[in-house]
Ligand binder design. Sequence first.
Ligand code: PMP
Length: 373
Amino acid sequence: MLYLDNSATTRIYDEVLEALLPFLKEEYGNPSSKYYLLAENAKKAISTAREKVAELVGCDPEEVIFTSGATESNNMIIKGVADQYPEKGNHIITSKVEHPSVIESCKHLESKGYKVTYLDVDLFGRIQPEKFEQTVRNNPPLLVSLIWGNNELGSLNEVEQIAAICKNHNVLFHTDATQIIGKVKFNLSLIPGIRFLSISGHKIHAPKGVGVAIIRKHDIGKKTQLTPLIHGGGQEDNYRSGTLAVHNIVGLGKAAEIAMREIDNTINKLLVLEAFCKELLVMKFGEQLIFNSDTGNKIPGLLNLMITGVNNQRFIIKHAEKIAISTGSACSSAKPSEVLIAIGKSDQEIRSTLRITLSPDIELSDLKVILDL
Ligand code: PMP
């Protein structure tokens, strides 16, 4: 069976597993404990992982806050900022194509009296920066949360432009970078308008249950404050209490190191795989095939497509022994995709839509299985 659902999750790399295993076995110290070797080793391992993540995204290690995943990072940032800055008003700007962890956090805040603008998107699911700026000007928000690379369509938002607008208007900006890490190059130190960024481990061949919230320092060198989602012993500089999942964090650190080391190879390989995959799909499905994804300015290796006349769920079940693919996001598979509704797809089109997401550890020849479907 060929696994082609790498936006849902990825296989843990052997190198990652080897790095984390000692922290499930002999190195079981609590990094918050003091003085003895087991505690110091755990502390050192956390510190190395923090440095690797910081290097990958281009920030200061102190700005890396470990969480349980991108769902938690998104919740923590959106709810935490809303709670921390009542004087900045009650308007939040997001879009109609965000991950459910962003949309549902915003809906929760709406139920508490916040006003949320869910921006419309273009045919590929992108925000138009000019319209965005107009919304900011008309009703300055306390927070903007916009996805960097869409998890269903792969389209990249003009995040640098959006960040510049936010900086000009002195607005806090959060972006969910979960799907672009290791596949799109960026450097946060060159994009000062981004105040918050979310990442997940299991999308980059690290374990599930670990992620990061990047909380940037502002001009006076202090990290932006927010109300914690989880109160307790004050770990992670008081942003996120709870004993650190050392093994998971070590795994994420190793995956970040690999992502950084391999990023050029990864991008090139994904582009080659994607081109071949498209060719095979055209050969197999001909005129029935319509691509929903854009051809450029997107996450490499993510294809969203329609096979007209085919029911997506039946298709996936029928071919489950040969390939693993999805109808869209794994997070909201029970409901019709809000992302596809937002780009104007009909019910029937949505029911024919499939998402294929590649990984650099796939060989070109593996993809020929598409011809056997
Ligand atoms: N944001 C995006 C864009 C995602 O694709 C996902 C995972 N599907 C998440 C957030 C949630 O990540 P996690 O599984 O780490 O909670």
